[in-house]
Design a binder for this molecule. Structure first.
Ligand code: ITT
Length: 197
């Protein structure tokens, strides 16, 4: 299937390609009139509502364009820190911009719990049928920034399924075997074979 990923985040597109192309799908970023979509996000309502709002906005954007009827993918994701009552969640990108990863680690100096998880909600729609999936990746926060690969919180996120390296310390492709995004995307394409919800 040709999947058009409506996102302004190129890292998400690179990861979705690495996850879905070996399964026989193609993934391209949705570009309309030279622009990637910029969504209004009702972040206070949480990831699932934000993802639902993104798919509505994306489908509205393609009305009357060559993309009408195509399979459109959106995704909303974030990191949830156990000791901070699931903060920053849907506000992850804003908090990263405001505090930086160092600022987040500083807030945790007195935290005994370092557990955290990445979550992603993905929705695929062709305008008639819609499929939704959730992916979660458990892990913990590192004591300091480590590694330069990946994006966002990857330099401080150590996945539980790994060997102690942060995602940013892993080689290209390693994150895509276990990440929240990988789980959500793989579940999504598995559910394509079942009737839509
Ligand atoms: P779109 O809404 O256009 O898709 P975005 O980057 O704004 O792009 P989100 O609203 O879903 O996407 O915010 C995701 C943020 O959560 C991201 O900017 C990071 O701060 C964090 N995040 C999510 N997945 C991540 C990952 O795999 N690695 C590191 N940080 C991640």
């Amino acid at each position: 299937m040709r999947i058009l990923f409506a996102t302004g985040n190129l890292n998400k597109i690179h990861e979705a390609k690495a996850i879905l192309e070996p399964l026989g799908h193609t993934v391209e970023g949705l570009i309309i009139d030279g622009n990637r979509p910029e969504f209004i996000e009702p972040k206070e309502l949480g990831l699932e509502h934000v993802a639902e709002s993104k798919i509505e906005q994306a489908l509205a954007l393609i009305v009357g364009t060559e993309f009408e009827g195509s399979s459109i993918l959106v995704e909303d994701s974030g990191i949830f820190i156990d000791d901070f009552d699931e903060w920053p969640g849907a506000n992850s990108s804003d908090i990263e911009d405001e505090l930086g990863l160092d600022g987040i680690l500083k807030l945790m100096v007195n935290s005994e719990l370092r557990g955290a998880e990445y979550r992603a909600v993905a929705i695929l729609s062709n305008g008639n049928d819609e499929w939704k999936s959730i992916g979660i990746c458990r892990g913990e926060l590192a004591m300091k920034i480590r590694g330069t690969n990946g994006f966002g919180y990857d330099p401080i996120f150590i996945p539980k399924s790994g060997d102690g390296r942060t995602y940013a310390e892993m080689k290209k492709g390693e994150k895509d075997m276990t990440s929240h995004r990988a789980k959500a995307m793989m579940r999504l394409v598995e559910s394509l074979r079942a009737p839509s919800k």
